[in-house]
Design a protein around this ligand. Sequence first.
Ligand code: ZN
Length: 394
Amino acid sequence: MQKCPAPAVRAFRIELPDGRGYWSVVDDEYAKVAVAGRFLFDLRFARDRAESTTRTYAGELARFLAWCTSTGRSLEQGASDLSRFVLALRATPIERAGAGQGRPPGPGRVNHVLSVVREMYKHAVGAGTVDPSVLAALYEVGDDRFLPVELRPEGSGLRYRARPRHRLRSSRSAQPESASQAEWEGLLEAATSWRDRFPLVLLWFCGLRIGEALGLRKEDLHFMDHASALGCSLPGPHLHVVRREDNPNHASAKSRHNRSVPVGTILLAYYDRYAEERLACASANRSDFVFVNLFHAPLGAPMSASAVRQGLRTLSRRAGLARAVHPHMLRHSAGSKMAEAGVAIDVVQELLGHRSITSTQIYVHPSRARMRQAVEAVEALSVKRREQRRKEQG
Ligand SMILES: [Zn+2]
C-alpha cells in the first residue's frame, strides 16, 4: 500500500537547469509527492503539454492529495472513496481569486478535478507504482474487451472504452462564462492607459489565451498589409502565436502548434496608441515583449498573468461591474461572437488554437434560424444546379 503524502500539500513550480519549468505537488517538507510529481513531469516533457496546463493540474491534484492526507487515506483508499472526495469538494468554496471565488465549485469544475485525478492514477498504474485494481474503482468496465489501456496486454489492439464512474451532471450545457459587451465597454472606459486598453481589445477580438498574449514579441506582430519583407507570405495584418520555452514571465502558448491570427482595424488603432505610449519609457523600448511594465518597477519587464488578472479586477471595480472580469472570459466572448456571427466551427477552432474541436463546440448552438438558413442554402444550390443542367442539355 502506498502511503499518502504528509500534510499541507500544494502546487509548486519547479525549474529545470535549462530554464524550462513545470508544476508539481509538494508537501510541507518540500518532498515531491512522488506519484503526482512523475505524472506532471511526463505530462510536461514526454507529452509536451504547456507549463500552464501542469500548473492547473498540479492545483487540482493538490486538492485531492490534501484530502487523502487529512482524512488518513492511502492513494488506493482515495480512489475507492472518490465519491466522498466529491462531497468534500462540493462543500469547499474556491479560495483562488477569480471567477467563482468564495462559492463551491460547479459541476464542470468538479468534473475537471476528477478527470485530472483519473489521469494521475492511469499514469501511476502504467508506471507500476499503484495497483491496477484502483482503475476498477474509477472506471465502470462493462466487458473485459473494454478494459482501460493500462489493464490490457500490450498490442491487443482493442479500443479504450471505460466509463468514468464519478461524473456530475452539468445543468448548464458547459456554457463558458464570457464577458458581455457592456462589461467590456465598461472596462475600456475605466482603463487609464493604452497599455491597459490594448490587451482588452486583443483578447476580445482575437480570443488569445492570456499566456499567449503575454508571450507575444514585437517580431510576432505583422501589422502591415504585406509582411514579405519580414519573410512572411501571409496577406493582411496578422499576428503569430509562437510557442516558446524561455519566457521569463512564464507566459506560454498552450497549443503545441504555432498559429497566425488576422487582426482588424480597431485593434491596429489601439496598438498604434499603445506603441506611442510605450516610446516614452526607455526601458520598455529595449524589451522585445509586447506587454511590459510601463508604470512601475521593474520598468520594461514583461507583464505577468497575475498582474493582468489583478489589473482587470481593479478595472472591474472602477467600472462598477457586478463581478470581476477574468482574462479568460474575454477569450470566451470572442469564441461566442465568432459562433454567433456564423463563422464555421473549423475556422473558430483554428483562430482560438483548440487542439480538439470539442473545445470549440461549446460556442456553437444551432438556432432554429440557422437551421432554416442551412436548408434554404441546400435548396438554392439544388435549384442552381438544375438550371445549369437544363442549360447544358438545352
Ligand atoms: Zn506573418
